[in-house]
Each structure stands twice: as structure tokens, then as C-alpha cells.
Design a binder for this molecule. Structure first.
Ligand SMILES: *[C@@H]1O[C@H](CO)[C@@H](O)[C@H](O)[C@H]1NC(C)=O
Ligand SMILES: *[C@@H]1O[C@H](CO)[C@@H](O)[C@H](O)[C@H]1NC(C)=O
Ligand SMILES: *[C@@H]1O[C@H](CO)[C@@H](O)[C@H](O)[C@H]1NC(C)=O
Length: 458
């Protein structure tokens, strides 16, 4: 049945530009894969040993990843391996460059990946806050070429990350990441980057699930916290073990777990998107206004773009309202744009995201879903900035990472979300779980934070 579906799909889809309808169908199926991943990654304790779940989603997921649209692709060649001397010199340079001058406004959204000889600021053993599933090095990923790239914007320069400059800026300040597991991925990347200069201390965490954490860099009295809030607005999350496969999202209620902390924040980095692609029922004013992937419920099926736009716009409007109501210390509100996934083979085989180097600029176009999700955030930021006005002390910015992330099929954990996935012999035909959504650390997600640094310094 899956095979038939695939054959039909592939026959229909030789052209690169698909009609919107088919993209939405694709997205519909894609969300199953994402649902599985989120289930797996956010509830690791529950997921272990849940082979039933694996079996259930396997068929649909196999359909998704094979139904992808193949763009002609050219991968960049691997850069030459750095010589040991270059590494040493790089460290020296980095210290010399610690004074990062305020740069002219630069469009970081468009550019290409260029070879970089300098090693990352941290590795799988030097940083203690890497989530297990993203520690590709410690989990035995054998290739290292994916570590030696830097993002080169088309018209300007993106300076290397300076932990010193970031921590000095963050002195006596509080930065919070708010969002889903991609927000957490970016938060943990920032913690590792900063830890290469000064060790963070875990000051708070809410039990085992790690939904809310706060870290303090004592030397700088700088605080970084992480809030779990996958829709930004209020949600009753799905509970698959209890047979609830839809998130119930309340567009007219805010998620006070983070919203109530707004007054204490100097920077909020909001990053959501992927959870809108998984099954959801959306409520507004006591009515169901949208339903995504809900053939089994008695609601009319809608796409998720409208409710995504709504959730973002309402959240930014509320941030502005509370700010002008007196929660008002000077504040930067940055939104990370959609970060594309790169499933390409069978999701449970070795080759789900097997590429070992980036795409060349322009060789891999953005999918329809990714492009719409990105655009929604960029436009919401623009209109929130217009509405807040200069002089409000509230600055909105987009961390426009969609294009640069789209070009990094090589940056995901893939099978190395688990330790030593091929232990005890060749990969062969063995089934393994693959994560082609989140990012290895170190990896391309560190670039998100290079852009964040330039954004707060501006
Ligand atoms: C990781 O970094 C630490 C500290 O910089 C270093 O001692 C160690 O050799 C590195 N490990 C790898 C695998 O590169
Ligand atoms: C430390 O930082 C917090 C913000 O996170 C600030 O409220 C507090 O005043 C700072 N402490 C000192 C001694 O400056
Ligand atoms: C769905 O709607 C139909 C017709 O209105 C009704 O007969 C049926 O019981 C409803 N099913 C559920 C699960 O509410």
C-alpha cells in the first residue's frame, strides 16, 4: 500500500514546482514523522521500549520521507582538514578579535557555506550541557567534515562567535529561549559556546522533564533560561500513551509560564514552528476555529499556516501590550525562523540524512511549507516592530536562519541520536531511529547564535 502510494506520488511529482495542494498533502504526512520525533525526543523515558509506536508510524513515515521532492543537488566538497598549527593560530586570533565592533546592519539570511579551518569552540566532551541525542561526537559519528564550515552572507561578514563579547553584553542581564525542541537545541548551543569562556551553573530546573531551566554565569551575573512552550500560546499537549493524538491549542490564551516572566527579561528568543505541523485542534473564544490532521475528529480540516500566523501575531502584540503597560525594561525580542528537516531515505535505515557536506548556494530550494513558515515570522516581526515604534524600548528582530539551515543536510544527528547505533557490526539493513530535524552540537545551530550575538549588539 505504501509502495503504491509512493509510486503514484513519484509519478505525479516529476516537476519541481508542485501545486499547493500536493505540498499540503506532503506536509500532512511529514507531520507524522515529526510527531514521532517529538514524541521520541521530548519524552525519552516514555519512548524507550515503545516499539508499538515505532510500528504504528513506520508506514506513514516511510511514505513521507520517500515522497520528498528531489531537487537537483550539488554538495560542496569537503574543506581540507585543518593543520594542527592552524588550530593554535585560530585560538590566538579569536582572543585578538574579542572586541566585536557594532557592525552595519547586515542581511544574514542569504549566502553560502564556506570552508573554515578553525575548529568549533567546544566539542562533545568539553561541553557538559549537550543533550544526549545531539552529541554526535560522543555517539560515535565518524566523519568530522561537517564541523568545518562557516556561513558567508552574500553582502557582508558574519563575525565568528565571541563568548567574551556575548557575556560582557549579557552582564546583569537575563536572556530566555522560549519554544520547542529547536529552541532548546539553540539554547544548548549558546550555553556550550559561552561555556568555552565561563562555566554556567544550573540555578533552577523543574524536575526530570527539563521543561524549564535557568543557568547563571556567575562571573558576569548573566542568566540564560529555557522555557518549553511549543506554540507560544496556551496548549493542552497531546498524550499518545492516553490515546490523545491532538494538541489542543488555545489561540486566545497566553502561556503564562513564560509570558509572566517577561518583565524580568532583557532578551527573549522565540522559536516555534514544528509543532504546528503535527495533529492539532485550535480553539478561539470557546469555538474550534481550525483543525489540522483530524480526519478522525468531526472538525473541518484546515492547514496550519493560518493558525501559526495567528499565534505569532497575537503573541507579539501581547508582548508589546505588556511592555507598554509597565513590564517595560529595554528588551530585544528575537524570533528564529523555521529550521528545515532533511529526511531523504527510509527514516529507519542508515541513510535517512546521510549527506556529509552542505549544499551549494541555490542548489537546494526551500520547500513550500518551510518558505511559508519563514515568511510568516519575518512579516510578523516587521509588523510588530512598526506597531511598537522606535523609542518604545522594545526591539523585534528575526533570526532568519531558514536558508542557511536548509543548506545543511549534513548537520543532523541522523542515527547518532543514539550512542554507537551500529555497535556490534555493520549497518546492513538494520532499523535505526534517525533524527534529521535537530542539529548536532557542535554544528550548524551554532551559527544561529553567531547571528543572535550580532542581533543583540546592534
Ligand atoms: C575537546 O576539547 C577538550 C578541551 O578543549 C580537549 O582537551 C579534547 O581533546 C577535545 N576532544 C576532542 C575529541 O577533540
Ligand atoms: C544580576 O542580574 C539580574 C538580572 O538577571 C539583575 O536583576 C541583578 O540586579 C543583577 N545583580 C547585580 C548585583 O547587578
Ligand atoms: C460526527 O458527526 C456526525 C454527523 O453530525 C455524527 O453522527 C457523529 O456521531 C459525530 N461523531 C463524533 C465522533 O462526534
Amino acid at each position: 500500500m505504501v509502495t503504491n502510494f509512493l509510486q503514484k506520488y513519484q509519478l505525479q511529482n516529476h516537476q519541481l514546482i508542485l501545486p499547493k495542494k500536493q505540498f499540503i498533502t506532503y506536509a500532512l504526512y511529514a507531520l507524522v514523522a515529526l510527531a514521532f520525533l517529538h514524541y521520541l525526543l521530548f519524552y525519552p523515558a516514555l519512548a524507550s521500549g515503545k516499539s508499538v509506536v515505532v510500528a504504528q508510524v513506520q508506514e506513514e513515515v516511510a511514505a513521507v520521507v520517500s515522497a520528498r521532492v528531489d531537487a537537483p543537488e550539488q554538495l560542496l566538497p569537503l574543506p581540507p582538514p585543518p593543520s594542527p598549527n592552524q588550530g593554535d593560530k585560530a585560538l590566538g586570533n579569536r582572543q585578538a578579535e574579542e572586541e566585536v565592533p557594532a557592525p552595519p546592519p547586515c542581511d544574514y539570511s542569504d549566502g553560502e557555506w564556506a570552508p573554515e579551518a578553525r575548529p568549533p569552540l567546544y566539542n562533545g566532551t568539553s561541553c557538559g550541557t549537550i543533550k544526549d541525542g545531539q552529541n554526535c561526537m560522543a555517539h560515535g559519528r565518524p566523519d568530522t567534515g561537517y564541523l568545518y564550515w562557516r556561513w558567508r552572507p552574500r553582502g557582508c561578514d558574519l563575525p565568528a562567535f565571541s563568548p567574551e563579547a556575548f557575556l560582557r553584553w549579557l552582564r546583569n542581564k537575563h536572556l530566555a529561549f522560549v519554544g520547542d525542541s529547536l529552541a532548546r537545541n539553540q539554547a544548548e548551543s549558546l550555553l556550550c559556546l559561552l561555556a568555552s569562556r565561563s562555566p554556567p551553573e544550573l540555578a533552577y530546573r523543574d524536575g526530570e522533564e527539563n521543561r524549564f531551566r535557568r543557568f547563571v554565569f556567575r562571573e558576569f551575573n548573566a542568566t540564560v533560561s529555557v522555557f518549553w512552550s511549543p506554540f507560544l500560546v496556551k496548549v493542552a499537549e497531546k498524550a499518545e500513551h492516553a490515546g490523545v493524538r491532538h494538541n489542543n491549542v488555545f489561540l486566545d490564551a497566553f502561556d503564562e509560564r513564560w509570558m509572566s516572566q517577561l518583565g524580568a527579561l532583557d532578551v527573549a528568543v522565540l522559536s516555534v514552528g514544528h509543532w504546528f505541523l503535527i495533529p492539532g485542534v485550535y480553539h478561539d473564544g470557546g469555538r474550534v476555529v481550525a483543525c489540522h490532521d483530524c480526519a478522525d475528529l468531526n472538525h473541518t480540516e484546515t492547514d496550519f499556516f493560518g493558525v501559526f500566523r495567528d499565534a505569532i501575531h497575537r503573541t507579539l502584540a501581547e508582548v508589546t501590550r505588556r511592555h507598554s503597560d509597565g513590564a517595560g525594561k529595554k528588551k530585544v525580542v528575537a524570533l528564529t525562523t523555521f529550521s528545515p528537516a532533511h529526511f531523504e531515505g527510509d527514516w529507519d535505515k542508515t541513510g535517512a540524512c546521510p549527506k556529509k557536506r552542505p549544499y551549494r548556494a541555490g542548489e537546494k530550494g526551500l520547500g513550500y511549507t518551510e518558505s511559508e513558515m519563514r515568511k510568516t515570522v519575518v512579516e510578523a516581526v516587521r509588523s510588530a516592530a512598526d506597531a511598537a515604534g522606535a523609542g518604545s524600548g522594545l526591539r523585534f528582530a528575526a533570526l532568519d536562519v531558514t536558508a542557511l539551515a536548509n543548506l545543511r543536510p549534513d548537520g543532523h544527528p541522523g542515527p547518532y541520536m543514539n550512542k554507537d547505533p551500529f555497535g556490534g557490526g555493520g549497518a546492513g539493513d538494520r532499523r535505526v531511529q534517525n533524527d534529521c530535524v535537530h542539529w548536532c552540537m557542535p554544528g550548524p545551530v551554532d551559527t544561529f547564535n553567531e547571528i543572535l550575538l550580532q542581533t543583540v549588539l546592534r
